[in-house]
Design a binder for this molecule. Structure first.
Ligand code: ATP
Ligand code: MG
Length: 574
């Protein structure tokens, strides 16, 4: 392909409203343009990179027996009403009416449509298992579409669905997907952590997310270097470093005029540092006031609160509700001698003595609090967010907490859709049984962006070989020297014939401009061909990733590029 014939609108300057590096670079390198919030047009280079990812995904899905479908994006609302999700899902779903006032939506995922096909077509366990997949556009009216294609409102997903006669079959389909996903991310050059996750609106029980570490991520993941495990912040249970407390003394109430916060109490004469305080939070859980106790420097995680109480119906209590439950306003609350209210305490408070906490009397606190001596009927649970410095609950090694991008997600749906939508088959006993399902997704553009997050430098993108929109860019120094042009064309033909995707920068631009653009769009190898070099019989081969430059004999250029290609193609993932 000739640069003059492919549209690559590179930008010199940083786009003003882009934050994530991948977003900036996708705009600057001319991969995408924004049409509306969270809606992007792919330009030729962006499309080429996306197609590389899609091809890898398709190959790996076919390797595990996946069969490709292509389902509509326009879904009758009826199907979503059958599954119950028409009412379960809120504003994230794009809904519309047809001319007869019928309800429709734009598919945000395709469980319903695939289940409907399976229900109409599958009759017997003999037809199972099935792995069905597609690479199709999804629509989600995301609350905060930002970071470019990392979180679009229209985006492409590979989604797949497994259909099995029993749960043992589901486990096999699930494990096959986990393996396919590992291969996909590795082939895209990305190191992905697998994380046990909560499965949210999709229903089902077990689910695993595949995460790549990046500052552009929106999820926090707790990573243990010791056992190579990773967990969502919502799920991670870690051990706070041990605190050596002084000897316990007798409980004592003391005045703390105007002191209402952990921080103020930490700086108050006679107070205590945050890690020696007990934070008392009051929530209304299923209409009942309930106390949650944490160390002063720890943060409550509401997902853990929900898990501990077994309900999602809760909210923080108002100051008036605190007053009526405990007799004081927030800032002076505590659990000493409280007996008529359920009290959940975070594990990190276990065994602690000499703590400070509110006295349920405005402007008063207790000191010398021994948690297990002075607080009654505590329900011990993990309530807090893990923090840097905590130890892994399994091996004790210090964990790190990193921002991560969710690249893919695999769910064991179980009977969620087969039961609500009546998908059954005859089993080997001739009995009608609901089909056991799984669903599995990978965002295509999000994966492209995650690759850029992992592969860039100050000058632009540094594509891994497998995703690069082109493998080689040829940069002629002069278009005037006829002999040089002829030789350049010959090399170009040679590279193309060797199966290398080659971009010939035939633009009438200064070499400096061409070099900058080539760096920005990140093509792994560059061949610089100039009259001076050719006089010596040489062309220059430059590796984008390392900036390493070598002169290679003109006649060996194609061969040398091929040799580099093999090395680059087998580089380790990041
Ligand atoms: P997130 O928590 O980031 O919103 P999700 O849990 O809603 O993701 P799934 O419904 O599991 O995502 O979708 C499967 C995959 O589709 C995700 O792992 C991600 O790669 C991709 N994906 C989801 N939402 C978007 C989006 N708004 N833009 C781009 N890709 C997305
Ligand atoms: Mg989402």
């Amino acid at each position: 392909m000739r640069w003059s014939q492919i549209f690559i609108p590179t930008l010199r300057d940083e786009p003003a409203d882009a934050e994530a590096i991948s977003h900036k670079l996708m705009l600057r390198a001319g991969l995408v343009r924004q049409l509306a919030a969270g809606v992007y047009s792919k330009l030729p280079l962006g499309l080429r990179a996306s197609r590389k990812v899609e091809a890898i995904v398709r190959e790996e899905m076919e390797r595990i027996g996946g069969q490709e479908f292509h389902l509509p994006v326009l879904h009758p609302g009826e199907l979503w009403k059958e599954s119950g999700r028409w009412s379960q899902i809120g504003e994230e779903m794009f809904r519309l009416k047809d001319r007869r006032q019928g309800d429709y939506c734009l598919g945000m995922t395709h469980e319903e449509v695939f289940t409907a096909i399976a229900r109409d077509e599958l009759r017997s366990y003999r037809q199972l298992p099935q792995i069905w997949f597609q690479i199709q556009t999804k629509f989600r009216d995301e609350a905060r579409p930002k970071s470019g294609v990392l979180r679009g409102r229209e985006f492409v997903m590979k989604d797949s669905y497994t259909f099995d006669v029993d749960f043992a079959g589901l486990d096999i389909g699930f494990d096959k997907h986990a393996e396919a996903y590992r291969r996909i991310f590795e082939r895209c050059g990305i190191k992905a952590l697998s994380v046990q996750a909560a499965s949210g609106a999709m229903g089902g029980s077990e689910s695993v997310e595949f995460m790549s570490v990046s500052d552009a991520g929106e999820d926090w993941t707790v990573i243990c270097p010791g056992c190579d495990a990773a967990a969502n912040l919502e799920k991670a249970v870690t051990v706070a470093p041990e605190v050596v407390d002084p000897d316990a003394e007798a409980l004592e109430k003391f005045p703390t005029p105007g002191i209402r916060t952990i921080d103020a109490l930490a700086h108050f004469a006679g107070g205590a540092p945050a890690e020696r305080q007990i934070k008392t939070l009051v929530y209304v859980v299923d209409d009942e006031p309930t106390l949650f106790l944490l160390r002063g420097d720890h943060e409550l995680n509401e997902v853990k609160l929900a898990e501990a109480t077994g309900t999602t119906t809760f909210r923080a209590a108002t100051p008036e509700e605190c007053q009526s439950a405990l007799g004081a306003r927030p800032g002076s609350l505590g659990a000493v001698s409280v007996s008529n209210i359920p009290i959940y305490a975070d594990d990190a408070l276990k065994g602690r003595v000499e703590m400070v906490t509110g006295a349920n009397d405005d402007d008063h606190h207790f000191r010398h609090v021994s948690v297990e001596r002075d607080l009654q009927d505590l329900r011990w649970v993990s309530l807090r967010n893990a923090v840097e410095g905590d130890g892994c609950a399994a091996c004790g090694k210090e964990v790190s907490i990193k921002k991560t991008i969710e690249l893919g997600h695999i769910f064991k749906l179980g009977l969620r859709y087969s039961e609500s939508m009546n998908l059954t088959v005859l089993n080997d006993q001739g009995k009608d049984v609901p089909v056991v399902m799984g669903s599995y997704g990978i965002g295509i553009e999000r994966l492209v962006a995650a690759v850029i997050e992992a592969y860039h430098d100050d000058n632009g993108i540094v594509w891994p070989w497998s995703i690069a929109p082109f493998h080689v860019v040829i940069t002629p120094i002069s278009l005037k020297d006829e002999a040089a042009v002829e030789k350049t064309e010959a090399i170009y033909d040679g590279l193309v014939a060797a199966g290398l995707e080659t971009l010939l920068d035939d633009r009438n631009e200064r070499p400096g401009v061409k070099f900058k653009d080539a760096d920005l769009i990140g093509i792994p190898l560059r061949l610089v061909i100039g009259p001076k070099g050719l006089e010596r019989g040489m062309v220059e081969l430059v590796e984008r990733g390392t900036s390493e430059k070598v002169d290679v004999p003109y006649g060996e250029a194609v061969e040398q590029v091929r040799a580099r290609a093999d090395r680059l193609a087998s580089a380790a993932p990041r």
